[in-house]
Design a protein around this ligand. Structure first.
Ligand SMILES: NC(=O)c1ccc[n+]([C@@H]2O[C@H](COP(=O)([O-])OP(=O)(O)OC[C@H]3O[C@@H](n4cnc5c(N)ncnc54)[C@H](OP(=O)(O)O)[C@@H]3O)[C@@H](O)[C@H]2O)c1
Length: 370
């Protein structure tokens, strides 16, 4: 019998999962491409660039914790790309712990990040395992930028904005709609404070003359990552697409949700949000184009006397995500995470290291202004 591959991509048939596979192959990391539909996994994997030289196998798996734990047993790292994570994350993280695997995912939903912190962090830490949701473009890159900025002065207040130009996938669209129902928090004097619902924010982004429309979009992971940080007391995070019309539509949906859908029972809320997402994006978009799908992360830091900004100019949000996952999985095969339990990617693998790997692949470059 062949040896168990050390990394499992759960959701490998998706747009992001196939990019994780592509970059794992570049790192020469053997992996299992897992998901619920063998025929689709085979079809998608056969089209991953360079796949003929990858050491991988395909596994169709049931959705239960037991099924997943059985598949993960003997592996070291689970890369979960099945979202929305508020719905699909719990069974996968539970199975990862049962199988003694490090757990990473690409979900940026703050409600999910809080759940991992509060429910799973200590359990993973006790086994020296990593539980790192949002090991992805949104919001690992801005988190790494924030940590560089903190080194430059007595900064205790962070504001982050992450935006990208591109076509959200089916899974991303489902998630953008699913987070509308969740509670979103920012951090003020190290306490969670609820964001006002359905509120629009105009943000100034370097490289653009016109202001962009951003949303608090579920709150983002940063307030959770920086809760109880010795230096940081205040964190507010925003984000969106670099496309005003799409953002106007999402802002209008948030408002409509508050007026018409929030009074309904939870299951009905979820169904209505999923149906709305289906009507917007039912297909898989084409492969990203470096010249078109630009990204930007802006982190502003403020103390009483000190100020600084770190801006990460980049391209291809989904490819950044695939690379970040593969880089992190490769690291875990050779060295333990810098922090076990609940951690951001920058805490687990180093902010500089993460930004360096993106830069060396031509996907993002950080600039510090302080
Ligand atoms: N934070 C970030 O920067 C970032 C970046 C990219 C993506 N994401 C998030 O990652 C998630 C996936 O995005 P994507 O672009 O890969 O979407 P996608 O192309 O739609 O792929 C979704 C994947 O999840 C699988 N899946 C969905 N529901 C499932 C279920 N109930 N059981 C088992 N598998 C299921 C799909 O399987 P089938 O193929 O069988 O349908 C597919 O493999 C979304 O939540 C998105 O928001 C975050």
């Amino acid at each position: 019998m062949s040896k168990k591959k050390p990394v499992v991509i759960y959701g490998a048939s998706g747009f992001s999962g196939r990019l994780v596979a592509e970059f794992l192959r570049e790192y020469n990391v053997p992996f299992i491409a897992a998901g619920r539909n063998r025929a689709k996994l085979e079809e998608v994997m056969s089209r991953v660039p360079g796949i003929e030289t990858a050491d991988y196998e395909i596994a169709a798996v049931g959705e239960s914790v037991d099924d997943l734990a059985k598949l993960f047993a003997g592996a070291k790292v689970v890369c979960n790309t099945v979202g929305p994570f508020i719905y699909n994350g719990p069974r996968v993280i539970e199975a990862s712990l049962q199988a003694d695997c490090h757990y990473m995912d690409i979900g940026g939903e703050q409600a999910w990040i809080r759940e991992v912190d509060e429910k799973w962090g200590e359990k993973f830490a006790a086994r020296r395992l990593l539980a790192a949701p949002a090991t992805a473009f949104m919001s690992a890159v801005s988190d790494a930028a924030a940590r560089l900025l903190l080194e430059t002065g007595a900064i205790d207040t962070l504001e982050t904005v992450t935006m990208f130009k591109g076509i959200p996938t089916f899974g991303s669209t489902q998630t953008i709609f699913a987070v509308i129902q969740t509670d979103a928090y920012y951090l003020e004097q190290n306490r969670y404070k609820p964001w006002p619902r359905a509120t629009r924010y105009d943000v100034a982004i370097p490289g653009y003359i016109q202001n962009q429309l951003a949303l608090a979009w579920g709150g983002f992971p940063h307030p959770v990552w920086f809760k109880n940080h010795p230096q940081v007391a205040n964190v507010r995070s925003f984000g969106g697409l670099l496309d005003r019309q799409i953002m106007e539509n999402i802002a209008a949906t948030e408002k409509m949700f508050e007026e018409q859908i929030r009074p309904l029972p939870k299951a009905e809320q979820e169904k209505k949000l999923a149906d709305m997402a289906n009507s917007v994006q039912g297909a898989t978009p084409p492969r990203e184009n470096t010249h078109e799908q630009r990204t930007i992360d802006v982190v502003a830091g403020r103390g009483t006397m000190d100020y600084g900004q770190c801006v990460v100019f980049g391209t291809c949000a989904y490819r950044q995500t695939g690379l970040i996952q593969a880089f992190a999985a490769h690291h875990l095969l050779y060295a333990p995470p810098r922090k076990a339990g609940f951690a951001s990617a920058a805490e687990a693998f180093g902010a500089r290291e993460l930004l360096r790997v993106l830069e060396s692949h031509g996907l993002a470059k950080a600039k510090l202004y302080s």
